[in-house]
Design a protein around this ligand. Sequence first.
Ligand SMILES: Cc1cc2nc3c(=O)[nH]c(=O)nc-3n(C[C@H](O)[C@H](O)[C@H](O)COP(=O)(O)OP(=O)(O)OC[C@H]3O[C@@H](n4cnc5c(N)ncnc54)[C@H](O)[C@@H]3O)c2cc1C
Length: 180
Amino acid sequence: MYDIVIIGAGVVGTAVARELSKYQLRITVLEKNNEIACGATKANSGIVYNGHTARPDKLKGRLTLQGRQMFEALCRELDVAFKPIDMLIVGFDDEDGYAHDEILCPSRIVTTTVPIEGGVCKRLPVRSSEPLPKEWIGEWMRLVKELRVKAPVRVGEILIVGILGTGTDVISSKGVAQDQ
Ligand SMILES: Cc1cc2nc3c(=O)[nH]c(=O)nc-3n(C[C@H](O)[C@H](O)[C@H](O)COP(=O)(O)OP(=O)(O)OC[C@H]3O[C@@H](n4cnc5c(N)ncnc54)[C@H](O)[C@@H]3O)c2cc1C
């Protein structure tokens, strides 16, 4: 009989087992493959993230930073070689602004479809007029899904002005004529 059974011997399962081994517990780790770390753990790129790609107010951002802070001590304990290398992000021209924004404030043009009444088709493709910060996409979708449109609609017609208090409109991606 075990107190705790951990399923999966990737980095998460084995780290949980190691942490719990500090307590008086009978623990086992079950792995379906014939070796540990044969899943995502085996395939990863070996980057020790420092938290710069995740929002600090999100759980992922907080855990990434916390994990990075724990990493060096853990490597010492487990006798794993680790040499931190600083990261330098370099932009050479205006086009590299995309890479800069992608790291610091990633944004996307958002597209979806909404119902259209009295048109030659039943749904109208719509999109944001400008890229929207990624963390707003869920709220954008929620608001836009409530939109009801009547035909005719011109391509590029503004359907919602300045959604979410931004300068970004919701526009039609297609013209739809009235059904005769
Ligand atoms: C291509 C790629 C690159 C990545 N690069 C990085 C990186 O540079 N830096 C970084 O921090 N993260 C990176 N990641 C993410 C990171 O590798 C994963 O988040 C991490 O390895 C997940 O560990 P895990 O233990 O949750 O999953 P896994 O390593 O997948 O472990 C799950 C284990 O559970 C086993 N299992 C599944 N079902 C059962 C079952 N029913 N019974 C028994 N065993 C079972 C599997 O065989 C597997 O061994 C990358 C991921 C990928 C795919």
